[in-house]
Design a protein around this ligand. Structure first.
Ligand code: ZN
Length: 266
């Protein structure tokens, strides 16, 4: 089959520099997808977080009429030291990720980006990304935020049945089944939900604190959740909801000036 390939105006990496220059005059909002390369149990690929963050950013940008928001190239590595006991995991330090994102954000601001949304596919990246976002705001005076699924979290409970479905479980297996079923070994998907020694340590509890551990200490196969409950249908619903919520957020931000963002009250 002959595929018609077309340059996508919202993907920065596909543009020439004169095209980019013209684009930055039309649009001042950008999405930066950040993922990880880390174990996702015996049944999902190592690039799950990276692929998903990039897919989400591309889908969201493509939903807009021209000029669409710009999507910066994906960062495929993240802070994954806690998965290093499982082969294939490639981890970078908090300092490296913070610095990388900071310098990308400063470059984007230099070319005219005034609103930067970091689309984060991996919870372990969150502290570094928030740190970078603060410093970009401090030094470039642009709007910067991090979305690690917060725009959709409240909706996920209606689709996902498993409590503590934190890693390679029902949710991530469903989203991968929806997009790349050929990379999922459902016959190797095993449920693993840890028992927590305190409700303050239980991820799902509203009173839980942030705490850190190597995954191997709490899960033998690297799974935290129940991938056996995953389905393509759930994955499609999750994607639909996440894209819709982010499109709504970006729509609100897109045409606002920085003054309006900071001064408008809802
Ligand atoms: Zn993941």
């Amino acid at each position: 089959m002959v595929q018609v390939k077309k340059k996508r105006s919202y993907i920065l990496g596909e543009l020439t520099w004169p095209e980019a220059e013209a684009r930055f005059k039309q649009i001042d909002i950008a999405l930066l997808p950040v993922g990880s390369t880390e174990q996702h149990g015996p049944h999902l690929p190592l690039d799950t977080d990276a692929f998903d963050a990039n897919y989400l950013a591309w889908e969201v940008a493509n939903m807009f009429p021209d000029p669409k928001p710009l999507v910066l190239p994906l960062i495929p590595y993240g802070v994954s030291y806690h998965h290093m006991d499982f082969s294939g995991t490639i981890s970078i330090s908090n300092e490296t990720l913070t610095k990388l994102v900071y310098e990308i954000g400063m470059s984007a601001a230099h070319h005219g980006i005034k609103k930067l949304i970091i689309i984060n596919g991996h919870g372990g990246n969150t502290p570094s990304l928030k740190n970078a976002a603060q410093m970009i705001n401090r030094d470039a005076h642009i709007f910067t935020c991090v979305d690690t699924g917060e725009t959709s979290d409240v909706d996920m409970g209606k689709i996902i049945e498993t409590p503590n479905d934190a890693h390679a479980g029902e949710m991530e297996t469903s989203t991968t089944l929806a997009l790349r079923p050929h990379l999922v070994y459902m016959d190797k998907a095993q449920k693993f939900i840890p028992d927590f020694s305190s409700r303050y340590l239980n991820f799902s509890s509203s009173r839980s604190v942030e705490w850190y551990t190597r995954t191997e200490m709490i899960s033998q196969n690297g799974v935290l959740g129940d991938p056996t409950k995953a389905s393509k249908e759930k994955g499609k619903l999750i994607w639909k909801r996440m894209v819709k919520n982010l499109v709504s957020f970006v729509t609100e931000l897109k045409d606002m000036t920085l003054d309006e963002i900071y001064e408008k009250r809802y």
